[in-house]
Design a protein around this ligand. Sequence first.
Ligand code: G6P
Length: 367
Amino acid sequence: ASVGKGNYRHFMEKELHEHPIVLGDTLRQYIDPASRAAALPALPFDPATVPRLTMSACGSAYLAAQVGRYWIEQIARIPVDSDIASELRYREPVLPEGGAALFVSQSGETADTLAALRLLRSLGQKVLSIVNVDESSMARESDGAVLTVAGPEIGVASTKAFTAQLAVLACLALGFGRARGVLDGAEEARLTAALLEVPGHAAALLEDSTEVLELAREVVQARDVLFLGRGSLYPIALEGALKLKELSYIHAEGYAAGEMKHGPIALIDASVPVIALCPSGPLFEKTASNLQEAAARGGRIMAFTDAEGAPALRRFAERVVVLPTVDPFVAPILHAIPVQLLAYHVAILKGTDVDQPRNLAKAVTVE
Ligand code: G6P
């Protein structure tokens, strides 16, 4: 069936506004509301004993996998390796007996990801795919598939499929943690409750994006933009930079906040906006001090945070956008949305083609 834009100007705008529904649908699929526990489908490996997971994907799906890696290691204590799919084979990975591989893809057809999947499967790893298209090559060629419930995504730059991938990865991390005996029921219930609140927060964020639009007016004038984050927000900083490049053709770099002092700080002056993803939580103090270093060198800090983090950042940041306060576990899902919105608004201000950026394809079927 063909998909329309409804009352929206672009598919991307429509798909951004589908976040609350898609996140709700995906979370309902993998969380049992009665027991407040992750409810995973049958898996092709036993998470209780699997010695290691190898994760791989391309583009935004790779960045979702990176967040998943933080979650799976922190919550389930399973060792995880991850590589960009087009590089995985060249590393000649050393794979453990009985190991498993996890591939993430919206289309399920990306050639590099499919090639990596086939390689790892041929090397004896059990393969699980997270895909949005259940009839796709990856779904068919895997030992098991977990579906994101994002519906068709037409805009070339991924939006709702990306956050749906995060939602599935979060549920997998919880289910793996329980299976491994390192996550108790009370903690799992607390974390699933935090996840189930995300769709409502997403709706609130999308209802009023005035502040993100104001931020976009600053960013559209820049030649270079730096995105910073720490921990599970680091891959979201990379995603922010990727989205801005893809949609607006403005040069952007994502960096781990703590690594800035080893290079990018040399670029900082008043012409480079520094977009910081800095929610309250255990990593707040260190990230804030990295930002303060940038501000001291004339950097213009524009931060996404929450009510708890805002006062400290306001002391040196030029702009502070306050997002709902959530458990640090779910902060990357929530921060992904304004970062996508920012790229969207900058692209609209520049007049670029948001649904079909130059030189890019929705699914890349060549290696
Ligand atoms: C292309 C798209 C990206 C996407 C990537 C991976 O580059 O433009 O938005 O993240 O492919 O696609 P997949 O379908 O495997 O998630």
